[in-house]
Design a protein around this ligand. Structure first.
Ligand code: G6P
Length: 367
């Protein structure tokens, strides 16, 4: 099959724009919207016995796993251990017999992740995989296959696979919570409703493309950029920084907003743009107070929040980007759009090869 860019200038942009559709497509296998019930591809896999989850992945898939850790612990109260695949085996991880190990990979072929999977299998773990390629090696070696339905992803920097991974992981967290008896019928319906709202919210986020492009022209002049977030949006800050590094070659770092005072605040001056991801919700106030610490030191803040958040805290920022107001559960999915588009437009402004960035490969099959 040949895959075309359609009307888009790059595969990456096409794939960013496909997200509302592919996330909806993916969610269809995990929720029954009509009756507000969760569904699982493998109904016979017993989740009630899961006492601990070990998550392993690389790159963008690892950041999806980091978001999942917040969800699994918050909703299912199941402790999660997470590591990048290249570190996992060598730290001699402790895994209880019969535990669940979860591997996340767009390609299903990444050598480090595959080696980690086999290591976990040898340590007596049940193996679950979230993969986008259903014929991949990881898919074949899994006990529980949790597919994403993002379709072929061509751009080397992952975008739509990431949001589909988040959709699957959110649904899986909810399934786990239900299996653990931690989700009333009412709460389940509520979660399903929020998940089902994700595709429309992603569309809402895409509508701000032009505003994001305008911000990209500021960022393109920077040498260093910081991304800050808290809770499940902290991994999004890491992902934002990774995307920018990957395709625009600008040095960027993601940080937990509250940790910034322990180091990176020393970097702040009027030349360092700081992108703050702060959706309304329980962590908003704290994130804003970290943002104000940056502003007090001359930092140039770009605030990404919803209308209420921007109204409340947008003053003094060099730019604001308004996202749809969503339930905190789906905020990481929605906030993926502005960080992807920002990186994309910065890369275009810099004239780099967006779909084939230097030194990177779509699937890394060496350890
Ligand atoms: C490469 C790609 C990344 C990707 C990572 C993990 O480094 O450039 O975009 O996130 O591999 O790939 P996987 O297929 O395992 O998700």
């Amino acid at each position: 099959i040949t895959i075309s860019k359609g009307n888009h200038r790059h595969f990456m942009l096409k794939e960013i724009y496909e997200q509302p559709i592919v996330v909806a497509q993916t969610l269809r296998s995990y929720v029954r919207r009509l009756d507000g019930e969760l569904a699982m591809p493998a109904e016979d896999f017993d989740l009630s016995a899961v006492k601990r989850v070990t998550i392993v992945a690389c790159g963008t898939s690892f950041y999806a796993g980091m978001v999942a850790k917040y969800w699994f612990e918050q909703f299912a109260r199941v402790p999660v251990d997470i590591d990048v695949a290249s570190e996992f085996r060598y730290r001699e991880p402790v895994m209880e017999e019969g535990g669940l190990a979860l591997f996340i990979s767009q390609s299903g072929e990444t050598a480090d992740t595959l080696a980690a999977l086999r290591h976990a299998r040898a340590a007596g773990q049940k193996i679950a995989v979230v993969v986008n390629v259903p014929t991949s090696t990881m898919a074949r070696e899994a006990d529980l296959l949790l597919p994403t339905h993002a379709g072929p992803e061509i751009g080397v920097a992952s975008t739509k696979a990431f949001s589909c991974q988040l959709a699957v992981l959110a649904a899986f967290a909810a399934n786990l919570a239900r299996a653990k008896g931690r989700l009333s019928r009412e709460a389940e319906r509520e979660l399903v409703r929020h998940l089902a709202e994700a595709p429309a919210a992603l569309n809402g986020a895409l509508a701000y493309d032009e505003a994001i492009e305008a911000v990209a022209h500021i960022i393109a002049k920077a040498r260093d950029v910081l991304y800050l977030g808290r809770g499940p949006d902290y991994p999004l800050a890491l992902e934002g920084a990774l995307k920018l590094k990957e395709i625009s070659y600008i040095h960027a770092e993601g940080y937990a907003a509250g940790e910034m005072k322990h180091g990176p605040i020393a970097l702040i001056d009027e030349h360092v743009p700081v992108i703050v991801l702060a959706p309304s919700g329980p962590l908003f106030e704290k994130t804003v107070s970290n943002m104000q610490e940056v502003q007090a030191r001359g930092g140039q803040v770009v605030l990404i929040s919803d209308y209420d958040g921007v109204q409340q805290a947008g003053e003094g920022c060099i730019a604001t980007i308004t996202m749809p107001k969503v339930h905190p559960l789906i905020a990481p999915l929605v906030y993926a759009i502005p960080v992807q588009l920002l990186a994309y437009h910065v890369a275009v402004a810099k004239g780099t090869d967006v779909d084939q960035p230097r030194n990177l490969a779509k699937s890394v099959t060496v350890e």
